[in-house]
Write a protein that binds this ligand. Structure first.
Ligand SMILES: Cc1ncc(COP(=O)(O)O)c(C=O)c1O
Length: 426
């Protein structure tokens, strides 16, 4: 029976049973963490041989003879570029290989546009008056944090099953010249796991922004992170933008943080040649070049894009059972009670869980008191404010499966308590 159909007596009974179970977990002194989307140690071990891919000082030459120990080659060695160009479907002059973090490239791109504008001719965003920024929700907290820090006004855009609400995006972008950008995680999005449909990508590419310096931040962080043998597919946004004469409207980002090493991978940025030339014009003042030895390690180890694809199957073999364990626990314990909704991801790193309205903070706090750390309630919304207080991001990759199962017991018990208390109070 769903909880909403229960009598007060039935709810009270369920609540006291859940509280008793909860006290039992509390007594165990657990210390479990499902907060951040980190790869587990056995995933990091998959690439251990990569550390030996460049093994001596005589061995540091790229295919074209570039000595990777030395200065130079701002946009990355060709060996590595080729792999990422194939991955993102862009040309060599449309891509920069950066350091170890795509988030860093995103931050720098916002900072560059803020200080200098999107082109040599454009007005810097700092001088443009109010800057509004569109944030599909629930979304990635670190995206929102960047645009919040720059003082932009963040506007929530609801996520549908096929991507952001495009009617709302079109209206805001095409009619309001203070709207300068939007965050997008177009494949296996963080946290909802949604991949944008072809129609949504085409509508993005066909936007007619009121602001000529409007930019789409297309963070394709999970483009190769499939959990099934029948991967989602995503249209190439740069190609679609070119068809509409809009090729300067999008910046694409990706990294190997969850392919090789989260702390020592390789990040890339792709865009029109025009945009890339402009980025390099500023970047050349910022740095003489990124870590080319790490780029070489990645190129030697993976060899080509097929190498990356094959490698990602090994990740899926480790993490898919963890996602399955979470979904199984929710299917068995939450679905029948009707006290939460969630997605079953086909890729990416997260499960997005919605409690009954007004229960998320309570659930996260109950979990914390029983030693289970979840991502803070509200974190998936700009300013940390979930208007419904219902979304919780579950990150199942880091804990070993037995710990995950234990953490899910605490989580489920906490959802039951918060839901029963809410319904009893109504
Ligand atoms: C959507 C998204 N983008 C970017 C990142 C971080 O990327 P990087 O490690 O390349 O900075 C994450 C990490 O969780 C993410 O979920």
């Amino acid at each position: 029976m769903e909880m909403k159909d229960m009598s007060k007596e039935q709810l009270s009974e369920l609540l006291s049973a859940a509280k008793k179970e909860y006290d039992g977990y509390k007594a165990l002194g657990l210390a479990l963490n499902m907060a951040r989307g980190k790869p587990a140690a056995d995933q990091l071990d998959l690439t251990k041989d990569m550390l030996d891919a460049v093994s001596s000082s005589t061995d540091c030459k790229a295919l074209d003879g570039t000595d990777c120990r030395n200065y130079g080659v701002l946009d990355g060695i060709k060996d590595t570029k080729k792999i990422f160009c194939d991955m993102l479907g862009v040309a060599e002059d449309e891509l920069i290989v950066g350091g170890n973090s795509s988030l860093n490239l995103m931050y720098d791109t916002i900072a560059r546009n803020f200080m200098f504008g999107v082109s040599k001719e454009a007005t810097p965003w700092k001088d443009a008056g109010k800057v509004k920024w569109l944030c599909p929700v629930p979304g990635y907290d670190r995206h929102f944090a960047i645009t919040e820090r720059f003082g932009f006004e963040l506007i929530n855009i609801p996520m549908n099953a096929d991507g952001p609400d495009m009617d709302m995006v079109e209206k805001l972008v095409n009619e309001d010249s203070s709207v300068k950008g939007i965050w997008c995680v177009p494949m296996y999005s963080n946290p909802t796991g949604i991949t944008f449909s072809d129609e949504v990508v085409k509508r993005f590419a066909a936007l007619k922004p009121a602001a000529k310096d409007f930019r789409i931040f297309w963070d394709n962080a999970y483009c190769v992170h499939h959990l099934t043998d029948t991967p989602d597919t995503l249209l190439n946004i740069l190609d679609e933008c070119k068809k509409n004469g809009n090729e300067d409207m999008v910046y694409i980002f990706a990294s190997t943080s969850k392919v090789s090493y989260a702390g020592a991978g390789v990040a890339v940025m792709a865009a029109s040649k025009n945009n890339i030339d402009y980025v390099k014009y500023h970047m050349t003042v910022q740095t003489i070049g990124f870590d080319k030895i790490n780029q070489l390690r990645h190129a030697r180890y993976f060899k080509d894009f097929d190498g990356i694809k094959a490698h990602m199957k090994k990740h899926a073999a480790i993490i898919a059972p963890k996602f399955d364990a979470v979904i199984k626990a929710l299917d068995e314990n939450i679905r029948p009670l009707g006290i939460g909704s969630y997605n079953t991801p086909r890729g990416g790193y997260f499960i997005s869980f919605d409690t009954l309205p007004g229960c998320a903070k309570k659930v996260v706090s109950l979990c914390k008191d029983a030693g289970v750390i979840m991502t803070g309630a509200g974190a998936t919304f700009p300013y940390g404010k979930d208007p419904q207080d219902s979304n919780i991001r579950i990150a199942p990759t880091l804990p070993p499966i037995d710990e995950l199962e234990q953490a899910m017991k605490v989580f489920i018990c906490s959802v039951k308590i918060a839901s029963a208390e809410k319904l009893l109070a109504e």
